[in-house]
Design a protein around this ligand. Structure first.
Ligand SMILES: Nc1ncnc2c1ncn2[C@@H]1O[C@H](COP(=O)(O)OP(=O)(O)OP(=O)(O)O)[C@@H](O)[C@H]1O
Length: 304
């Protein structure tokens, strides 16, 4: 289907001696979305990505990437994809500039100014030998080679591992720019917070199967936030006990704390009857929801 950048049906990968890599994976990544592919170590994320790139082959099942079969059209596909491997390994004797120029030429030529601009944004010294670089700096070279030719599809395996928080923000901007320019981004991670700033949807994989697909928006809407309200003058906690979704209330002097699921509107209306000195509403902990899926072995595929 044209509106799907990636689709797999009943994909199975068995490694020697029956180790299950994938156990019937049905994946659908829509064109121009950012899809976060989440799961704990060993869930099958890298196995999926390697099959998409035809670096390994599935035991059974079908795969379509940009409308093509990676097994038959791997070479044509590579040019249209930006791929960052989880274990980005290259010949360390060359400089990043040499490596990126070489890879750029393989992909039909990438202007030197584009490489320089990305290196500047990620703060990478292009003229140092790769083997002398820290893991984080090598990862920057990996990120640049994935983005530099403005591919239609970015397939990124744990892209921000090793990047410091400042560079993670720059990475988020790169992903957003790529999406604005029409690219689709498929990105694996085992850390929810890493993808929540960029992803439209997240798919959660466990034991080689997709156990949930949700839009980040809906994850947020169902997320639970810790709320702390401090009042000037008295307040009646009973007014807050009636607020839908507000639970685990505790009162300490002028301060009321609780957990809020869903929208804040009713809580704000209840608080507006009093003089509010301070209001703290913590970011929803999506990680908590993410682990909730692992706690339910029977969890069903939830279409977003
Ligand atoms: N080359 C291999 N030979 C045998 N088993 C493998 C091989 N590669 C992966 N596996 C197994 O397949 C399963 C899925 O591994 P995979 O690397 O795809 O998981 P992952 O979700 O990417 O984990 P991580 O976050 O640790 O990279 C694991 O049980 C793993 O041990």
């Amino acid at each position: 289907m044209a509106d799907l950048a990636i689709s797999t049906q009943d994909l199975v990968k068995t490694y020697g001696r029956g180790t299950r890599g994938l156990a019937g994976l049905d994946l659908e990544v829509r064109t121009n979305e950012v899809y976060g592919y989440l799961g704990p170590n060993g869930a099958g994320k890298s196995t999926t990505i390697r099959i998409l790139l035809d670096l390994i082959r599935a035991t059974s099942g079908t795969v379509r990437v940009l409308g093509l079969d990676p097994r038959a059209d791997g070479v044509a596909l590579r040019r249209r994809i930006g791929y960052l491997a989880g274990d980005f390994v290259v010949d360390g004797r060359q400089t990043s500039r040499q490596l990126l120029t070489y890879l750029g030429n393989l992909r039909g030529g990438v202007p030197a100014a584009r490489i320089a601009e990305l290196a500047d944004r990620l703060d990478l010294d292009l003229d140092r030998q790769i083997r002398g670089l820290s893991k984080g700096n090598r990862q920057k070279a990996g990120v640049i080679q994935a983005f530099m030719h403005s591919p239609e599809l970015l397939v990124l395996d744990e892209p921000t591992s090793g990047l410091d928080p400042f560079l993670q923000q720059e990475f988020v901007r790169l992903v957003q720019e790529a999406q604005r320019e029409g690219a689709t981004v498929f990105m694996s991670s085992h850390v929810m917070s890493e993808v929540q700033h960029t992803a439209d949807r997240v798919g959660i994989i466990r034991d080689g199967r997709l156990v949930a697909v949700e839009s980040v928006e809906s994850l947020r809407a169902h997320a639970v936030r810790s709320v702390t309200l401090t009042f000037d003058g008295g307040f009646d906690a009973a007014d807050f006990a009636r607020v839908p979704g507000f639970s685990d209330l505790t009162v300490a002097g002028p301060t009321l704390r609780g957990r809020l699921a869903g929208h804040t509107d009713e809580l704000v209306k209840a608080a507006s009857r009093y003089t509010v000195r301070d209001l703290l509403c913590e970011e929803p902990d999506l990680e908590e929801i993410f682990f909730h899926y692992y706690a339910r072995p029977e969890a069903d595929h939830v279409p977003a």
